[in-house]
Design a protein around this ligand. Structure first.
Ligand SMILES: NC(=O)c1ccc[n+]([C@@H]2O[C@H](COP(=O)([O-])OP(=O)(O)OC[C@H]3O[C@@H](n4cnc5c(N)ncnc54)[C@H](OP(=O)(O)O)[C@@H]3O)[C@@H](O)[C@H]2O)c1
Length: 183
């Protein structure tokens, strides 16, 4: 993981536990449909998500948490304004970050991963050390979006292009590319 550039960095704010965001985003900013499903079929991106978040504490909005598969070798903190039935629930992004830090220390997790959806990306934008963005090279139909304009306005440094992948959007094969950014 990346050393913080200065003591007021996101890394320092998150109690010394590195924090990153991970999202797959269409050209028009769409990340998901109203029913919670993804608007594309991209198995390589699902593998990328799994590998990138292994041994991390995941922080998720309640809607996204309801769609998640088995999360072996990871912990999950779910954000909801309602009292949560999840094992690790939080009623605000701040509380979620605090719980995620505690879990990371307690369980020896290497980082905190902000995994969406749209509301949660907005809450944490500008507060993470790194971002893994899977760009899907097509517009997609959906109601949940990533805050692309605000994200692009941040002073990210590109750390690496991590390769290309294939995705299917509305029955059409399109290219995707994995990007890794640091704050
Ligand atoms: N492409 C990707 O990389 C990716 C990643 C993740 C998700 N997604 C997609 O995104 C969609 C879901 O995104 P979404 O924006 O609709 O929902 P979301 O961000 O997953 O969850 C929203 C919920 O989180 C809780 N919440 C949000 N802000 C809060 C705050 N400040 N304090 C307390 N609780 C808060 C609320 O839960 P309550 O209603 O319980 O109060 C809210 O309804 C799905 O379609 C999913 O598939 C895509």
């Amino acid at each position: 993981m990346i050393a913080p550039a200065n003591p007021s960095s996101a890394h320092a704010r998150s109690g010394g536990v590195p924090t990153f965001m991970i999202a797959a985003v269409a050209c028009n900013g769409v990340i998901g449909r109203a029913d919670g499903s993804l608007p594309w079929h991209a198995p390589a991106d699902l593998r990328h998500f799994k590998l990138t978040t292994l041994n991390c504490v995941l922080v998720s909005g309640r809607v996204t948490a309801e769609t998640l598969p088995d999360l072996a070798s990871r912990d999950l903190v779910t954000i909801s304004r309602s009292a949560s039935h999840a094992e690790h629930g939080a009623q605000s992004p701040q509380e979620a970050l605090h719980k995620a830090q505690q879990l990371a220390r307690h369980n020896g997790r290497r980082a905190i991963a902000i995994i969406g959806g749209g509301q949660i990306y907005r809450a944490f934008l500008g507060q993470v050390d790194e971002a893994y963005i899977s760009h899907i090279n097509a517009n997609a139909a959906g109601s949940a979006t990533f805050p692309l304009e605000d994200h692009e306005a941040l002073p990210w440094r590109k750390r690496a292009e991590l390769g290309a992948f294939e995705a299917e959007v509305d029955g059409i094969q399109v290219e995707g590319r994995f990007e890794h950014l640091e704050a």
